[in-house]
Design a protein around this ligand. Structure first.
Ligand code: ADP
Length: 287
């Protein structure tokens, strides 16, 4: 099973003719509201792949529709805490007609996890389970240390990349997942220092992904699809990959499957709602 310490956001996407300049006010052509946050997206990807996932996170009062959505995707929300005086994390996404976007994040409840909530969730997991987290909640260093002490494996999607919080955690990580931009940021932050990691997964958008550990290096080419929205592509890839690994598939099979799930995701608009199920991916692979 996988314990995912992860962000839960209300994503508000505003479709605009063009992005506003400093000082400018623009009226949205349309607005779309839905569940988002890298953490929530990854939990949905794990569950829709058939994996067992417990989400550890926090939301504000009155946003029960978010946990309803997670539950309907078969995510265990027993450790999603409800805050009275803090609002749910928000992502304000402005999308221009050319597809360019600007995003403002407000952390809200995602920054309120307590040590006792983290340790209580870890205590329910088995020693061979995975802890997964991203860089969108508080408590990640603490969770990594507790999980390692508990015997769990630790996976980290280091996004948004921030050298001061990411670098000190690397010795505790079994699988580090990055996109190309984050990978370049990691290399820049490390300079001449060699980076030693048990396993590294780098996704490269329309160019596919690669995985490297001490025994193997495997690359997968992206599948050819008509991309309409790449939001949550990386989250779909990682969630699916981990669910496959946790379910006993080998790395090559897991990569192949995750690559197909992510390709299918980019053919659909939206974040969590557009993440495919195992059945969708299997029929897609059969052509
Ligand atoms: P992120 O969303 O984190 O930036 P990427 O852009 O690297 O992540 O995309 C993650 C994965 O999604 C890729 O490794 C690939 O499998 C799939 N993917 C992304 N864009 C495309 C595309 N245009 N065509 C096919 N697959 C894609």
């Amino acid at each position: 099973a996988i314990l995912n310490l992860g962000s839960i956001n209300v994503d508000r996407a505003y479709h605009l003719k063009s992005l506003p300049l400093p000082g400018e006010t623009v009226t949205a052509l349309s607005e779309q509201i839905g569940l988002g946050g890298k953490g929530a997206n990854q939990s949905v990807a794990i569950a829709r792949t058939g994996g067992s996932v417990v989400h550890l996170g926090a939301i504000g009062h009155g946003d029960g529709w978010l946990t309803d959505f997670l539950q309907s995707a078969k995510v265990d929300t027993g450790h999603v805490h409800l805050r009275k005086n803090v609002q749910t994390g928000q992502a304000f996404v402005m999308v221009g007609e050319d597809g360019e976007n600007s995003i403002v994040l407000s952390q809200g409840a995602n920054a309120t996890l307590t040590t006792s909530e983290i340790s209580a969730a870890i205590a329910t997991m088995a020693a061979y389970d995975w802890l997964l987290f991203q860089n969108e909640t508080n408590g990640i260093a603490e969770a990594a240390r507790l999980a390692r002490a508990h015997g769990m494996k630790v996976a980290f999607a280091a996004a948004p990349f921030e050298a001061s919080s990411v670098l000190p955690l690397l010795p505790l990580i079994d699988l580090l997942a990055l996109n190309e931009v984050e990978h370049a940021q990691l290399q820049a932050a490390c300079g001449d220092q060699p980076i030693t990691l048990p396993a590294l997964l780098v996704t490269s958008g329309a160019r596919g992904a690669r995985y490297v550990d001490h025994t193997q290096s495997i690359a997968v080419e992206a599948l050819t699809v008509t991309a309409v929205d790449t939001t949550a592509a990386g989250d779909t890839f990682l969630g699916t990959f981990l669910a496959c690994l946790d379910g006993g598939d080998d790395v090559r099979q897991s990569l192949h499957y995750a690559n197909a799930a992510a390709a299918l995701k980019v053919t659909l608009k939206g974040a969590a709602t557009a993440i495919p199920s195992r059945q969708d991916v299997e029929s897609f692979l059969k052509g």
